[in-house]
Ligand binder design. Structure first.
Ligand SMILES: [Zn+2]
Length: 335
């Protein structure tokens, strides 16, 4: 353990997480800069507490260009009243607030990708300081953590709620109970390309019940995708016993990402022609996209083939692609 673990977080909350009732305030992070010598980053937060009970931590805007979470959570924060709650709900609609304000995946201040910055540092960059606050202050308060994601500007997903395969089978089973309760159109047993530094991993290593989503993408959200996020958040709070009533999940199709073969990456840059759309069935070897070199006419496109059979659950969103971009993700329907 380095000295940074002994240092207090520079973030101070203007809300009292132990107080009863509804509080709307900020996580205030001092940020001295050219246009504000003693300025701060003001991250909106809502706490609703009523009596004793479990704590749910609901977050969006971990990546700044993903909008279902912020839209559902700004709405929930405005509507939730203490009488409806048993226990506590902590809502942070836009975790990486500078990135959210800029409409970018990473922070414009330090290029920090929040979901690769955990456990963070109290003496690090702005993004690392926010991660550290979640790591040492907010996550320890939580029993259930729901972190909303979507594809952002560069990916588009089938709408799913997800949890990870975990070493602790009881913890994993609990997480998948909550995925089921969320009730997205699809439910995913999710494999990460690179789990190091993720908020997910930080919460899971603390033994928390952690679920996440991918609800769309392209740097926008739709009435349907925001509706899925709103219903899912309410269902999760009901499943936790924080809101009254039982979760009423919609019909879901269970998907699995069994191994790294589910990902297809571009080896050339160029113009992408999708050959299948989200939700379409593909067989191993099928061409899922073509990439045309754009320097001249007459050249053959390269072909991106599925390495396994399943359905297309995610795809590259912009029309131009670069070598190394994730072009397609295949998932297996398991139920
Ligand atoms: Zn994300």
């Amino acid at each position: 353990m380095g000295i940074q673990h002994l240092r207090r977080s520079p973030i101070s909350a203007t809300v009292d997480f132990d107080a009863h009732g509804v509080q709307h305030g900020f996580l205030r992070l001092p940020y001295s800069r050219d246009d504000s010598a003693w300025g701060s980053v003001m991250i909106p937060v809502t706490v609703v507490r009523n009596g004793e009970g479990p704590t749910a931590l609901l977050t969006g805007g971990n990546h700044g260009d993903e909008y279902e979470g912020p839209a559902a959570l700004f709405d929930l924060a405005r509507r939730l009243v203490a009488d409806e709650v048993r226990g506590r709900v902590i809502i942070v609609p836009a975790m990486n607030y500078p990135a959210f304000l800029a409409g970018t995946r990473t922070s414009p201040i330090d290029r920090g990708n929040m979901n690769r910055s955990f456990p963070g540092r109290p003496d690090g960059t702005v993004t690392e300081k926010i991660a550290d606050y979640f790591q040492r202050v907010l996550l320890p308060l939580a029993d259930v953590v729901l972190d909303f994601h979507s594809g952002g500007k560069t990916l588009d997903f089938l709408p799913f709620c997800a949890a990870h395969v975990l070493a602790d089978q009881a913890q994993e089973a609990k997480a998948f109970e909550y995925v089921s309760a969320f009730g997205a159109p699809y439910s995913m047993k999710m494999l990460e390309i690179d789990a190091v530094g993720m908020y997910d991993t930080a919460a899971e290593e603390m033994g928390k019940v952690f679920i996440t989503t991918e609800l769309g993408g392209g740097g926008t959200a739709t009435a349907r995708s925001i509706g899925i996020a709103k219903a899912g958040a309410a269902n999760v709070l009901k499943a936790a016993g924080i809101l009254k009533g039982s979760a009423a999940p919609a019909e879901t199709i269970w998907l699995d990402m069994p191994n790294g073969d589910c990902f297809a990456f571009a080896e050339d840059g160029g113009l992408i022609e999708p050959m299948v759309d989200l939700g379409d069935q593909v067989e191993a070897g099928d061409v899922v996209a073509r990439i045309y070199p754009v320097g001249r006419t007459g050249a053959a496109p390269s072909e991106i083939c599925a390495k396994m059979s399943g359905i297309l659950c995610a795809r590259h969103f912009p029309g131009l692609v670069k070598a190394g971009d994730c072009v397609a993700v295949i998932a297996v329907v398991v139920g």
